[in-house]
Write a new protein. Structure first.
Length: 357
């Protein structure tokens, strides 16, 4: 069988691990996808598409015995039943559509596409083909976001008025990785997705976008405001040139403010070579010193962090591929987020960083 063109084939094999192939073994493929696929009992990592000899060497060290292939066609011929795409952003649309045409359920990394029109076309293609398609918005399962959602559900913040969220780093010599499509598309894909997930559609979008004089093709720094309704506003920052990163979250409600200083720790654990398979029940558990604070003026209360659950993504995807549930992230959510980021970009004239100093 060279490709899965019938959904019934996956449903018939639903109780066996889903044979997942990975496209790309750069930072995202190596640390955000391969270990989580390999750790999920519901999945089997059967191979990786990469032509780089350096990447092939890393794959051999990280996952001994997992073969490398030169193309999606080779991966499918080897028996892939589904694919995860973690290649440069500019290739996402073509590769996702190629996989859908083969009948393969797809996980596409963010940014899902370079623009909303391409994203919309891809989702419609998947719907016509009745092929499961999802987007790797793993930050929905961050410890800090899960804790915040619990606080909101319990009413401990009262009515939320302002959501402040940041992905800020200081790497002025390198700037954003070229593969990500710029800081707004790269970091913004997560920040906007989380804001929309928490508070619903954005009625008004305002943005300031900046870049270094010698890197005009890729934005380094942005500030985006989303007005969700008459009372709730999101302030979102993303930067590779911020020498003093602010808190990950500061969420203000009528009954108090929730502040989280440090980012979720799951990325650092994966980069250190550990995974859900090695950590077991310790996976996603934040140390107490990284817990957030619920503040009410002079009164401060530590808030125990919910466990981070990036390990839940691929089991949910495998279930959806087998016809036993919804995909973990509705791809239309990614279309909406791209529409918001396009509105931000069209409403903000990018300015060189030198003009802001």
């Amino acid at each position: 069988m060279c490709a899965l063109t019938e959904r019934t084939t996956i449903a018939f094999m639903a109780r066996s691990p889903l044979r997942v192939g990975l496209l790309g073994y750069g930072f995202g493929g190596r640390f955000f996808h391969a270990p989580l696929i390999a750790s999920a009992p519901e999945c089997e990592l059967i191979g990786v598409v990469t032509r780089s000899e350096e990447r092939r060497g890393e794959l051999a060290r990280d996952h001994p015995g997992t073969p490398a292939y030169g193309s999606l066609a080779e991966l499918v011929a080897a028996g892939a039943q589904a694919v995860a795409i973690s290649t440069p952003a500019a290739t996402h649309t073509a590769l996702t559509q190629e996989a859908i045409a083969m009948g393969l359920p797809v996980v596409c990394d963010k940014p899902f596409a370079l623009d909303a029109a391409a994203a919309r076309e891809t989702v419609q293609l998947a719907e016509r083909a009745q092929v499961p398609l999802t987007v790797y918005q793993n930050r929905r399962w961050d410890s800090d976001l899960r804790t915040l959602r619990a606080l909101i559900a319990e009413g401990r913040l009262g009515a939320v008025r302002r959501f402040e969220s940041r992905f800020e780093r200081f790497a002025p010599e390198t700037g954003p990785p070229p593969a990500g499509g710029g800081t707004l598309l790269d970091f913004g894909s997560h920040l906007v997705d989380q804001a929309l997930l928490l508070f619903g559609p954005a009625r008004v979008v305002y943005a300031e976008i900046s870049f270094r004089d010698d890197r005009a093709a890729a934005d380094d720094d942005f500030f985006v405001v989303l007005q969700h309704d008459e009372e709730i506003v999101s302030h979102l920052w993303g930067s590779w040139v911020q020498g003093a990163p602010g808190p990950r979250f500061r969420v203000t409600g009528t009954a108090g403010t929730f502040v989280v200083a440090e980012p979720d720790g799951q990325e650092a654990v994966l980069v250190a070579g550990r995974s859900p398979a090695t950590e077991g029940d310790r996976w996603g558990v934040e140390p107490e010193e990284h817990w957030g604070w619920l503040r009410r003026g002079e009164v401060s209360e530590r808030v125990p962090s919910e466990r981070g659950r990036w390990d839940a993504f691929y089991p949910a995807f495998a279930a959806a591929a087998g016809g036993r549930g919804e995909v973990p992230v509705n791809p239309w959510d990614a279309v909406t987020a791209l529409e918001v980021m396009e509105a931000a970009r069209s409403g903000a004239e990018p300015r060189p960083m030198a003009q802001l100093r």
